[in-house]
Ligand binder design. Sequence first.
Ligand code: ASP
Length: 341
Amino acid sequence: MLAQDYQSRPKIEMGVDVMKLFLRISLVTLLCIAANAFGQTYPSKPIVMIVPFAAGGPTDVLARTLALAMGKQLKQTILVENVGGAGGNIGVLRMVRATPDGYTVLVHHIGMSTSPALYRKMDYNPLTDLAYISLISDVPMTLIARANFPANNFKEFVTHFKANKDKLSMAHAGLGAASQLCGLLLTSTLETDVLTVPYTGTAPAMTALLGGQVDFMCDQTTNTTNQIQSGKVKAYGVTTRTRVASLPNIPTLDEQGLKGFEVAVWHAVYAPKNTPKAIQDTLLRAVHEALKDADLKSSLAKLGTEPVAANRQTPEVLRDHLKAEIDKWAPIIKKAGQYAD
Ligand code: ASP
């Protein structure tokens, strides 16, 4: 009976059905491959955003705020991974060596432009080995000290610093980090020097400062605003030419006698070099939308910063800015005789 049933089936039609099914599957597979190739289904899984400094610090805070807003746009989770060390270079290398498929991106700051002059051996070239997505924001810095530091204003800070420099220490996040550059600019402007203590980011540096293990540091408002407002650290000045809206009572260093002293820490998003153009465009669109996000803007405003102007949110502006910054910092670093291995 069974054999008869089987034999009575129209064999030829079964063959056609299988063929049709096969063709349909192949077509769907091809469409998926094509869509992937053109970035249309991107991102279909979480994206890793590398932060080349410790968790809880200024780069991390900015990146996590951006990751949340970009994630909303991309309808995908963006996981922040902290890869600190060597002033950010270990994290950059991790991104440079990642598969260029859009699932690994990087948020880094001004350190991308200072490393070539600071490090004798660089395993990547910032001008040729990256895909440039966009600038994000310029963050002001603040000069702060532990709460029981004897000086109560910048004038007293300078006097105390110069009289006690052999006993004092300054924390920073490694050679090339913004905190180190700002400190370098400060000590060279004051024509003095000081023992420096590097950390993997200014979050652990802040912990050391709060614990009184180091005396002072220069760090971004994204890490210092809350500590200044709650009186856990003393603040002596902001590093921008104008005061910072969220810290209206902190004068600029420029207005307190350091004429022309100015450091703002620019940040940007990058991807590995051969990331497909369609994916880079998708990431750029997500950055544009994220930087318009009301929650992102209000979080950044509370921390003393804001997104860069819309006309600066392009890969070309980022690449040109990076080149200009490399050219600007190289002679300053050379003159200061700063090198890492
Ligand atoms: N951006 C900080 C610095 O350069 C480091 C950090 O984000 O922790 O000092």
